[in-house]
Design a binder for this molecule. Structure first.
Ligand code: PLP
Length: 480
């Protein structure tokens, strides 16, 4: 197209001020911060200018082109402004089947924990006030006693997350000293948490022993020197060494510790308080067992198998925990009041273990039985087919999924899912549109199918899921 024509079209683009004066835009500014509306108008106007320059817009209606552009910019800018006004952290319907999905925020909290957070957030609390004496109290007090009671440990401390717990423990126990660890346990846990790196950060010196697949008690014994400060056991919570293996158990480490008068620490990572093997899940060492085995320090996450808020829990012998509490690092990685509130509420559920399984969503989902969800899958499929059967094929399917994310590496449990095969849009395109919906929906892509695993779809989310799928498939049209 000619430059002249482009020039004529560009002249038709209304000024930003003129657009801002329109009633629709003014109304929008009542609901959406003005700065976002302004930004949206500017962006859309600039994009239209660009479209004209690049010949993506080659002509305008002859009859009142200016009005046409004004309307176009107004509607597009309204959409853009609404998009800008949506929270960045959004609700997600987790249809991956992974109960403790780090990217999706790990544990969903119990109702009681949510209420506790709400209460702590909306008013003042005795976070650091001892109501009995009127003097300054400890923010750890509300959870410390529950933790010692539930785990059998002498003492407890909670920090921001388990990575911080390990850092604090190592820095307190073994700064500039040696820590002996098995080669098979030098794990990386997602993101950037690698045992050797955390160790370096803490100032402790790593002494690796054994081979990747085998570490014998004698390997630890041979490595003990006058510089040794700690024997460390790391639960390989996100992978397993299988086959020709030998791991020195925590109990064996404890007896070596006794022999050489060295403390033993176990980083459990996932840290369950109940035996999960009753749900058909692989046996995970519980925190209580590890304490009972004589371990001096045990660290675990609040938001993995415990099903609580993000936190790093340290339990163990008082003499070591007291030192950690005095470490200035503790202040830097302390928990906030929401964590205290949610953790106390979560721990209280464990006082009656049956309640924990019923009321803590992660435990409920991990223990959900496939047979009890068949009707749910069938009903959901029927509904989807009824509403959007012309746009996609929906089928209930039996699947196996890795339920634990990083928490239970080898646990693949059977469950029901909905298989979606869209007709007029690619499966990747569908997945992308679902990610853009609100709430976003995240499933699993499997070749040309989208698998929606129902294990992690919460109560009350199904209706929303149906609505979103129908809406997205309706707009779907062409594939990406
Ligand atoms: C997950 C994990 C961590 C890190 O815990 P965060 O709470 O995510 O910081 C540390 N050690 C082990 C063994 C883990 O599994």
């Amino acid at each position: 197209m000619s430059g002249k024509n482009n020039y004529n079209m560009l002249k038709q683009i209304p000024a930003v001020d003129e657009i801002l004066q329109r009633t629709e835009v003014k109304e929008l500014q009542q609901k959406i911060p003005k700065i976002l509306v302004l930004e949206a108008v500017r962006e859309i106007a600039a994009e239209i200018r660009q479209d004209i320059l690049m010949d993506r817009i080659q002509s305008l209606p002859e009859n009142n082109p200016r009005q046409y552009l004004l309307d176009l910019i107004t509607t597009s800018a309204a959409d853009r402004a609404r998009e800008k006004n949506r929270p960045n952290l959004r609700r997600v319907i987790n249809a991956t089947g992974v109960v403790l999905h780090t990217n999706l925020g790990r544990a969903v909290l119990s109702e009681r924990a949510c209420q506790a957070i709400e209460q702590a957030a909306s008013g003042y609390s005795n976070l650091e006030l001892d109501l009995q004496t009127g003097k300054r109290g400890s923010r750890y007090a509300p959870v410390e006693n529950l933790l010692t009671r539930l785990t059998g440990a002498e003492s407890a401390l909670v920090v921001n997350n388990n990575a911080a717990a390990v850092l604090l423990a190592l820095s307190t126990m073994a700064k500039e000293k040696e820590v002996i660890v098995s080669r098979g346990q030098l794990v990386e846990i997602g993101g950037s948490f690698r045992i050797p790196e955390v160790m370096a950060q803490s100032g402790a010196k790593l002494v690796e022993v054994g081979a990747t697949n085998k570490t014998h008690p004698r390997d630890y014994k041979n490595a003990v020197t006058s510089e040794t400060a700690l024997l460390l056991h790391v639960h390989t919570s996100n992978y397993r060494v299988v086959g020709f293996t030998r791991e020195t158990s925590v109990a064996e480490l404890v007896s070596i510790g006794k022999e050489f008068q060295l403390p033993v620490m176990s980083d459990l990572g996932s840290g369950s308080l109940i035996d999960l093997s009753t749900f058909g899940l692989p046996e995970e060492p519980t925190v209580q067992e590890t304490v009972k085995a004589g371990c001096d320090i045990v660290t675990f996450s609040g938001d993995k198998l415990l099903g609580g808020p993000q936190a790093g829990i340290i339990v163990g012998k008082t003499k070591y925990l007291e030192k950690m509490k005095k470490n200035p690092l503790t202040r830097a990685i302390r928990i906030d009041k929401f964590t205290v509130a949610a953790l106390e509420a979560t721990l209280r559920e464990y006082l009656e273990p049956d309640n924990a399984i019923k009321n803590i969503p992660s435990l409920k989902m991990l223990s959900a039985k496939k047979s009890e969800h068949e009707q749910r899958a069938l009903a959901l499929c029927r509904k989807l087919t009824e509403k959007a059967g012309l746009r996609a094929r929906f089928e209930p399917v039996e699947i196996f999924s890795a339920v634990g994310g990083g928490a239970l590496p080898t646990a693949e449990l059977p469950f029901w899912a909905i298989e979606v095969v869209p007709y007029a849009i690619s499966v990747a395109g569908l997945a992308q549109k679902l990610r853009g919906s609100d709430p976003a929906v995240i499933g699993r892509l499997q070749e040309d199918k989208l698998i929606l695993d129902l294990r992690t779809v919460l109560n009350g989310e199904e209706e929303v899921l149906v609505d979103i799928l129908c809406r997205v498939l309706e707009q779907g049209g062409t594939s990406e």
